[in-house]
Design a protein around this ligand. Structure first.
Ligand code: P5A
Length: 444
């Protein structure tokens, strides 16, 4: 793949309308383009990263036994009237009328629709638990969309829903998602901390937000620093083990501002361990029992012949927001250097030849390297433009491809200048480079 044939519309300077680094970088490197306020087109580079994040999210949902389906973006108002949220949701809900004058809406979330799907086919406790999820666009008519795709109106969310027979089983489901979220964010090379949170319009009384630290984040957080040392490795998908995992985290005070209590913070956390900072909410999980199953009449037969409403939870990950959140965590604004985690990098290697009109040899070498990497499942891109070396390197530092192979004036023989973005180059053979990158990928 030649960059001259790709659609990567890079801007020379940072766009002035963008206030935070992720928004700046995404516009600058042509990852997204605003279509109208809070609504964006995802251009190839941004779309590729988001698809890689989506794949990891999906794999981790499947690992805990959740089943994927796909619900529509447009919903009927009927089920929302049944749950009582049609009025409650207010102006954030985009309401539409179809040609028959029926009230429809663009789904801001799917608790009602999934409950309606569940109740029409699951009638017995024998078919529980059910963990269902989809990855779909949502629309919330945010009053103040800002920071690009971080708080926008149309966004891509993974939302999962659990259905259980009683509270004990429902907490087990909740904890499965708790674990899967820790695993998901780790694979994205992010440190996300689960924090006790408010439930807002979703409801219920048990909830955790998963927050990554960032000065530009919109969530204010108060935490015991020692929570960052909790190790989530080695926990099995088994009731006791998952309870232990949650307890490991819940030992430490960690809350968002809605749950903050100064007295409690000072009592529970010694001065040297207190941290008050800001973060980005990348996931949010809720337990709300029969809040939706009761009004929507989703009940199952119990062993003794009685019936009861199922106990439900819902679990969201901001898939599109994660693209910006990773940039906030990884982009060095001062040096203008971005390094995507290998797991989601738009390309894994940039092959950067110095191209001379009268001498094709570097470009030929680049083509051979590309073929070799491609045969080894390594995704690379060749910069075939005639720009000078330093502007090419600068460009890839900005795009954030984690590794670069430089083919300059002195590129003779079997060794190539290979460098990790932002670091000094080393001379390696193509076999050594392939081995190194393959090892990096296996670590994910
Ligand atoms: C959980 C799944 C819910 O909607 N219902 C289904 C529950 N939770 S939530 O916290 O409201 O949203 C889940 C995640 O979606 C992301 N998100 C957003 N991303 C970009 N722009 C927005 N306006 C926006 N609103 C929510 C967040 O990552 C949030 O954690």
């Amino acid at each position: 793949m030649y960059i001259s044939k790709a659609f990567i519309p890079i801007l020379k300077n940072n766009p002035s309308e963008a206030k935070i680094k992720s928004h700046q970088l995404m516009l600058r490197t042509g990852m997204i383009k605003q279509s109208s306020a809070g609504i964006y087109s995802w251009l190839p580079l941004g779309f590729k990263v988001m698809k890689k994040i989506e794949k990891i999210v999906r794999e981790e949902q499947n690992k805990i036994g959740a089943h994927e389906l796909l619900m529509p973006t447009i919903q009927s108002s009927e089920i929302w009237k049944e749950s009582g949220r049609y009025e409650d949701y207010g102006d954030e809900m985009l309401r539409i009328k179809d040609r028959q004058n029926r009230e429809m809406l663009y789904g801001p979330t799917n608790e009602e629709l999934i409950t309606e799907i569940f109740r029409s086919s699951i009638k017995s406790y024998k078919l529980l638990p059910q963990l269902l999820y989809h990855i779909q666009w949502k629309f919330r008519d945010e009053l103040r969309p800002r920071f690009g795709i971080m708080r926008c109106r149309e966004f891509f969310m993974k939302d999962a829903y659990s259905f259980d027979i009683n509270d004990e089983e429902a907490f087990f489901s909740y904890n499965k998602f708790f674990l899967s979220y820790l695993r998901t964010f780790k694979r994205l090379d992010l440190t996300a901390i689960p924090m006790a949170a408010d439930t807002g319009p979703i409801g219920g009384n048990l909830s955790h937000e998963f927050i990554i630290l960032a000065e530009t984040g919109e969530s204010k957080i108060f935490t015991d620093k020692r929570i960052f040392d909790v190790n989530s490795n080695g926990f099995d998908i088994e009731k006791k083990s998952l309870e232990d995992l949650r307890k490991q985290y819940e030992k430490f005070y960690a809350v968002t501002d809605e749950k903050f209590n100064k007295k409690e913070f000072e009592e529970k956390v010694s001065k040297e361990n207190r941290l008050t900072t800001k973060g980005i909410e990348v996931g949010h999980i809720f337990y709300f029992g029969d809040k939706y199953s009761k009004p929507l009449n989703a009940a199952v037969d119990l062993p003794g012949g009685k019936k009861d409403f199922v106990k439900m939870g819902s679990y969201g990950i901001g898939v599109s927001r994660l693209v910006g959140a990773i940039i906030e965590a990884k982009y060095d604004e001062k040096e203008e250097i971005m390094k995507w985690p290998m797991s989601v990098a738009p390309y894994e290697v940039a092959i950067i030849p110095l191209v001379n009109k009268n001498d094709n040899s570097n470009l030929e070498k680049a083509n051979n390297i590309f073929k070799h990497l491609n045969n080894n499942n390594i995704d690379s891109i060749i910069d075939d433009t005639d720009e000078n070396f330093s502007s090419k390197i600068k460009k890839f530092n900005l795009i954030g491809v984690p590794y670069q192979i430089l083919l300059g004036k002195k590129s003779d023989g079997d060794l190539f200048e290979f460098k990790e973005v932002g670091k000094d180059p080393k001379n390696l053979s193509i076999e050594q480079i392939t081995k190194f990158i393959t090892e990096q990928k296996e670590k994910i």
